[in-house]
Ligand binder design. Structure first.
Ligand SMILES: Cc1cc2nc3c(=O)[nH]c(=O)nc-3n(C[C@H](O)[C@H](O)[C@H](O)COP(=O)(O)OP(=O)(O)OC[C@H]3O[C@@H](n4cnc5c(N)ncnc54)[C@H](O)[C@@H]3O)c2cc1C
Length: 377
């Protein structure tokens, strides 16, 4: 039978579109309400680790994702000149014959998830949001910004780290906080050296990372630890980035510095993080993905956690006839796992902000995190 027949999903990001597809597959009708325009999908790249690929495989999505990006297996640390200091293989946890992890452009991933959700029957309203939510014992009624009113059995808030629904349902108690670090990102041509997750580290602790996205492209990121969020005027961004890259002499990074300013989309994103304690539901509204937990990106796992949330929530809604039981079990299965990944990512960030341990400490944490993620969901 299952706990629900019709579900609203607010937010058509990674979590929202994945859960729409997952629910449609088990016969639940879904309506996704996304405030953005699909043509506005931007962003550099994203890495999906083996646990995310395993969840996508269970949902029949992994082949399309692998075709849309570039798989990789190794994590290496290089010095500023590009000399390899250490290299390790990531475990192939979901299929011994396929890559441990995948990099792809975010707009590409968004399009794949949208195509699958739509094909499996989800209705998606772009440029639309929710203006009012009323819930009672039998359902939840929403008013949409386009003037429509609609009713369903459950509302899933997948509206990201600054979730308005979290605020309206749970109040101001659970808010993201700035973690003292942010990241600059832009896309460059990929070289052979960038064949996996590569971290270029200076003795000062400064780090530049490279993640492959396709045969031709990879994205570079620069972590910046600052007590306050950075505010660099737009006309100074290129010089600022060139200065950040200047101490790195690896040929691929020298080449990357040269293309700054060539019509590149350069983004800065401060890390606003949140790990909300369960329950993530109240009545007929439940949080999913960044709305409930927004992680530091050091474990490249926030999107993977949203995908796992989607899989587990659909499983529990299918397995249980009682909605409260389904939602409680979803929270129980997710809170501890996400919390551990959040803690490991935060510990890596702390070490980057104020290095206190040896060079291998962060790699050790990363290894610990990967081993933990390999455990079944
Ligand atoms: C710098 C950086 C790098 C990262 N790298 C990785 C990585 O390599 N791998 C990884 O797995 N994760 C990574 N993450 C994390 C990942 O991006 C997020 O965890 C993931 O996007 C969360 O998905 P989501 O669907 O929960 O939220 P989002 O992707 O934020 O989607 C929320 C959606 O809701 C919509 N929305 C918001 N409010 C409303 C509203 N009121 N009404 C209607 N729609 C609304 C938004 O427009 C958006 O489309 C990174 C994060 C950062 C900041």
């Amino acid at each position: 039978m299952g706990a629900v027949k019709k579900v609203f999903i607010v937010g058509g990001g990674i979590g929202g579109l994945t859960v729409a597809h997952a629910l449609q597959r088990i016969g639940v009708s879904t309506r996704v309400i996304e405030m953005g325009d699909k043509r506005d999908r931007i962003g550099t790249g994203i890495t999906l680790l083996g646990n995310a690929l395993r969840a996508l495989a269970e949902l029949g999505l992994v082949d399309a994702c692998l075709e849309g990006g570039l798989g990789w297996d190794t994590v290496s640390v290089r010095d500023g000149a590009g000399t390899i200091l250490s290299e390790q293989s990531s475990p192939r946890i979901w299929d011994a014959d396929r890559p441990a992890a995948l990099g792809l452009m975010r707009p590409r991933l968004g399009q794949i998830l949208e195509d699958f959700a739509t094909k499996s029957g989800a209705k998606i309203d772009f440029n639309t949001t929710i203006t009012r939510i009323d819930q009672d014992d039998r359902g939840v009624t929403v008013q949409l910004s386009n003037g429509e009113t609609d009713r369903a059995d459950l509302l899933i808030a997948a509206d990201g780290v600054y979730s308005k629904i979290r605020q309206s349902i749970f109040g101001d108690e659970f808010k993201p906080h700035y973690a003292g670090q942010g990241v600059w990102r832009y896309t460059v041509s990929r070289t052979e050296a960038m064949n996996g997750f590569v971290l270029y580290r200076l003795p000062t602790g400064r780090v530049v990372g490279a993640l492959p996205l396709s045969k031709e492209l990879c994205y570079l990121f620069f972590l910046e630890s600052t007590d306050e969020k950075l505010r660099i005027p737009q006309d100074r961004v290129c010089d600022y980035l060139r200065n950040l890259l200047a101490p790195f002499t690896a040929p691929e990074l020298v080449a990357a510095a040269k293309v700054i300013g060539e019509d590149k989309h350069i983004s800065y994103r401060p890390f606003d993080v949140l790990m909300m304690p369960a329950p993530w539901h109240r009545g007929r509204v439940v949080l999913l993905g960044d709305a409930a937990h927004s992680l530091m990106p050091q474990m490249t796992s926030g999107g993977g956690m949203a995908i796992e949330d989607a899989l587990v929530l659909a499983q529990e809604l299918n397995r249980n006839d009682d909605l409260e039981t389904a939602l409680k079990t979803y929270c129980r299965r997710r809170e501890e796992r996400v919390g551990r990944v959040y803690d490991i990512a935060y510990a890596i960030c702390r070490e980057e902000r104020k290095p206190e341990h040896g060079r291998d400490y962060s790699m050790g944490l990363l290894r610990e995190g990967y081993a933990f993620l390999a455990a079944p969901v």
